[in-house]
Structures are given as C-alpha cells and as structure tokens.
Write a protein that binds this ligand. Sequence first.
Ligand SMILES: *[C@@H]1O[C@H](CO)[C@@H](O)[C@H](O)[C@H]1NC(C)=O
Length: 455
Amino acid sequence: MWLEILLASALGLVIYWFFSGDKEDTLPLGDGWWGPGARPTAPEDESIRPFKVETSDEELNDLYRRIEKVRLTPPLENSRFHYGFNSSYLKKVLSYWRDEFDWRKQVAVLNKYPHFKTKIEGLDIHFIHVKPPQLPAGRTAKPLLMVHGWPGCFFEFYNIIPLLTDPKSHGLSDEHVFEVICPSIPGYGYSEASSKKGLNSVATARIFYKLMLRLGFQEFYAQGGDWGSLICTNIAQLVPSHVKGLHLNMAFVVRNFHTLTLFLGPRFRKLFGYTERDMELMSPLKEKMFYSLIRESGYMHIQCTKPDTVGCALNDSPVGLAAYILEKFSTWTNSDFRDLEDGGLERKFSLDNLLTIIMIYWTTGTITTSQRFYKENMGHSFLSDRHQRMKVHVPTGFAAFPCELMHVPEKWVKVKYPKLVSYSYMARGGHFAAFEEPELLAQDICKFVGQVERQ
Ligand SMILES: *[C@@H]1O[C@H](CO)[C@@H](O)[C@H](O)[C@H]1NC(C)=O
C-alpha cells in the first residue's frame, strides 16, 4: 500500500511538473552590467553612433596566408557529408575564397544599410536600422525587430529587408510597410561580447528592449528563428505590453506534455489533433524526432559545456571556422543534403553570401563568444529556467518550414503561445528561413501582422 502511495505521489509530481505553468504573466525585468571590471558610477553614454564595416590589406593578407597553409584530411570514400564537411569540396570553397571572393565588395554590400552602435548595460551593441525609402501617403512604417541566431548574424536578413521596407518595388502588397531593426546578439559580429558570466537570452532580450526604447519605439513587432526566436519570446515575457506581435520560425517547446502523445501510435495521433501534414513532417518518427536530433546536436553539447576549447581552434583557423559553420548551412537547410557530395550548399545560397557570414565571424574574432551563448542558456539550468515554464501572452504567428530540424505542430506551439493567431505550413525552406526563402517569410510576416491588426 505504501508503494502505491509512493508511486501515485511520484506520478502526481510528474503531472504537476508538466502542467504547472508559472502563474505570473511577466518575467521580472531586472538589470545587468556586462562590461569589463567594476561597473562605473557615472551614467552610461546613451548616444547612438553611426558605424561602418571596414577592412584593410593587413586583414586580407593575414587571411590569405592562413588559407594558403591549409592542411586537410581526405574524406573517406563515398562519405559525402556523412562524417561532417567533405574536405575535397572544402578545397573548392577555399580556392574560391582565396582567388575570387571579393571581401571589399561584400563590405560595400554590408554598408548599403545604415549601421549603428550604442552602449547598453556596459556593452557596445551593434544594429542596422532600415527605414522605408517611400511610404504611401498618410501611412507610418511598423517597427519590426528581427533577431538572428547561431551560426548566423544580421546579414541573414539582407534579402528580406527590402521586401519588408519597400514591398511595392518588389512586386508585393504594400498593405504593411516596416522599418526594420536587426541587432547583433552580444558577442556576435560587431556587438561587444560580455566580460561577465551569465549573459543569456533573457538578458539579451532586456538589452534589445532597451535598444528599441532608445530608438523611440514604445510598441513594436518582433521576429526570429533559432536564438532569435527565444530572445523575442523572452522580450514578450518581460514586457508584453510593448510587443504588438511575435512572429517565429522556430519554437522551443521543451516542457510539453503533448510530445509524449506522439509515441502512442498513429491512431492516437489523429485523436490528439495532429494533421496529416504534421504526420508527414514528423515521419519516420524515430528518425525525425530522435535519431536525427542526436546526430545533429553534438555541436550543442560541446558549446553548452566547453565552448572556449573548440573556440581556440576555430578562432585561429579560417578554414576550420568555414567548415564548422558551413556544415550547419548545409544540413540545417535540408538534412538530405548530407547525402550530396557538395552538401548542397550552392543550391540555396551563393558562396559570396555564405563567405560573407564566415568573414563576419572571422574578422571580428567572435566564434568563441558566440558559442558561449549556448553555455549561458543551457549549460546550467536548461528546463528549469523560469521563462521555460512561462506562457507567452502576446499575439503570435508561427511559420513551420518543412526542412526545419524538428517539426513543431500547432498544438505544441499553442501550449506555450496560447494567443497563436496564425500557423502556416510553409511551402519550402529550412532553418535559415530569412536567408533562404526571404519572400515566403516576408509574406507570412505580413499575413500575421494583418491578422493582429484586424483583431
Ligand atoms: C567531396 O566533394 C567533392 C567535390 O564536390 C566530390 O567530387 C567528392 O566525391 C566528395 N567526396 C566524397 C568522399 O563524397
């Protein structure tokens, strides 16, 4: 009898753990200071300074010298991308990088949008701020914060920005015109890295919220995938009244009872409200929801535990850095690309655009600091963080891209985001949605904003 009571209590606890949301509606805003040494007593300089990306002969010569001294291990026969980046294909990328890629030209591309920096919580925060070149009479632009993830950066948004700020010139409806703000996460690209431990997604969310206030936006839309999805979610949890709508192309729904229902068999899946499309996107179940996640998340375990060790190698070698990052742009765009000899990289992206991302990490020397974000978010208290348990009470739109690493059915999204107003099965595309399918993503953002504004 005691055993039964014990078992019943244990079961009760598990059920309680699954269903007990935090009763609070908002996360405490808190405060932070992440610069080196002690926090100065003088108030922070709040000016917003223009910034331009620059390069030099010295930077390029150093890069070329390192590429020329490359030392690679030949791939196993017929291994394609199964063992990681195929080094024979990498040689082709390197010869393009060394002899054809024009970094100066790409720097000019980067500078076509206005960049700024401003100090927040002791760190110089970088962002681009793009306003519409023209607005229909009597209309104002809607502020939209777009946040990148790893191993991406603000450059991922370069092709979607014109579709949002100047839709008419690109053959799209101008019912909604946006002004777009894309910051760099601290420690990524041109945003200064923290000197202190603990700068996680919630702190980043607070920093970006302060940035939006400093720019004069009391209310704004927020969009993101990857870390950007979590950071924007956290903003909505910190200051829900400032977020008009949250649009995501990835969702972290870890504390979710519904995931268990998947394993009850196909008949039950229908009963639990999964659509045919959900079942298609999640099958074969063991492969899609288990093995592939194990196979593809080794990097995450490293970065959650010892980011600095692998960072020493990657920050010292442009070749290693390119292999490490580009492998993600291959497999996360389409997991079937592992079976291709060239990883399918150039099917969806140009080498110029991919190498621009590598160059932003390389020239700023930020791969290690970017990887630390995993440790700060998941290395200590994954699942037990307060924001993981909290729902989000802001109108939400979700774009489910079919080649995303893990499909998240509408039911699961709704658990965390009860105000889900739009859920779309996207026609094509994977993890780097804005970079890969800017037009599809832009259309879905507009559809969502239309639904929010009509409410
Ligand atoms: C690696 O890539 C090259 C170039 O795309 C290709 O010719 C080669 O077959 C690939 N090697 C393996 C082992 O798959």
